[in-house]
Design a protein around this ligand. Structure first.
Ligand SMILES: Cc1ncc(COP(=O)(O)O)c(C=O)c1O
Length: 317
């Protein structure tokens, strides 16, 4: 039976945009971020003389209890190292990353998107996207030259099928093959994943191709298809040639059509050369996306994070 807390989120999503509800996997429909139980009790206990609700040791000064030997190695504030971070990610970190997205993608302008949810690197963000949207038996459309981990995530973990289409024709992205592959998907829901610059080829579409990709997706959306576009921006910014699309393809999709949900996965791993930090983000954009819709999707995503890894290990901004 669906938990009443998930029902509330599902009803919100259905009311705000029924197409988005139809895109959710069964797992995505069941998941919620718990507001009752231990988290509610912790909130109630805040500021009380005795707080016996949460599994963290606190010293008499109210800060985390920790072994003094750490003082020799760590320079950050105690409260930025030892306590749990929220499953959503620290609010300051989420706000800062969203600010970066707008700064690095000027054509986003005043278009709206969700706040990013913090994940344990992009790999985990891809897995959370699979959790939210991929049912067993769904197909995930990907160009035929792709990062092999997509298979471990979508197929081996979630039971979806990877369907590929030809990556290139005439020295460019094969938009026709992409359009044809989308048109051939059975049923109303299409899940596709775009990764630019692409691993393994390094390819990023030209400005004209980015527009053609946008049009191909729009065409399917106008036919009534509900399309989840997962955007793996792991190598965002590593673009140097004239005429190549410099921004994330998210900018072309996040306000395209109310049947197109753009799911942006990004993070500092390769953008900022911090491979071992294990920080990533998952953000949503859809035409006419309301605050209520985004908050419900964020709550579900944070619930999925909580049920997998609890929270990421970065507390500090
Ligand atoms: C296309 C692509 N996406 C995602 C990742 C993983 O990123 P992260 O290390 O943040 O999990 C890689 C790493 O090689 C990659 O090539």
């Amino acid at each position: 039976m669906t938990d009443p807390q998930a029902v509330v989120l599902n009803e919100t999503i259905q009311k705000e945009n029924p197409a988005v509800y139809a895109m959710l996997s069964e797992r995505g429909k069941q998941i919620f971020f718990p507001k009752m139980g231990i988290l509610a009790q912790s909130a109630q206990a805040k500021g009380k003389d005795i707080n016996a609700t949460i599994g963290e040791a606190v010293a008499d000064n109210g800060k985390s209890m920790y072994l003094p030997e750490f003082d020799n190695y760590l320079k950050l504030e105690v409260e930025n190292i030892f306590p749990y971070a929220p499953s959503f990610g620290k609010p300051e970190l989420r706000a800062l990353w969203k600010q970066f997205i707008y700064k690095k993608n000027p054509s986003l302008g005043s278009q709206t998107m969700s706040l990013p949810i913090a994940t344990n690197g992009l790999t985990h963000a891809i897995s959370m996207a699979g959790y939210m949207f991929a049912n067993e038996g769904d197909s995930v459309l990907i160009p035929d030259l792709f990062w092999e981990n997509y298979d471990l995530i979508f197929n081996k973990s979630y039971g979806a099928t990877i369907s590929t289409f030809n990556s290139f024709s005439n020295n460019g992205f094969d938009v026709a093959a992409f359009a044809q592959a989308m048109a051939q998907v059975k049923g109303n829901k299409i899940i596709t994943l775009l990764n630019f610059p692409n691993n393994p080829t390094g390819y990023t579409p030209t400005v004209a191709e980015a527009e053609q990709i946008q049009q191909a997706i729009l065409q399917e959306a106008e036919k009534g298809k509900q399309i989840v576009v997962i955007i793996d921006d792991a190598y965002f910014g590593l673009v140097y040639e004239q005429g190549v699309f410099m921004e994330s393809i998210f900018t072309k999709l996040c306000n395209l059509h109310s049947n197109v949900l753009a799911v942006k996965l990004d993070g500092p791993t390769k953008e900022d050369y911090v491979w071992g930090f294990r920080v990533g983000f998952m953000s949503y954009g859809i035409k006419n996306g309301s605050a209520a819709l985004y908050e419900a999707l964020e709550a579900k995503t944070a619930g999925a994070v909580r049920g997998n890894i609890s929270n990421i290990n970065v507390n500090s901004t």
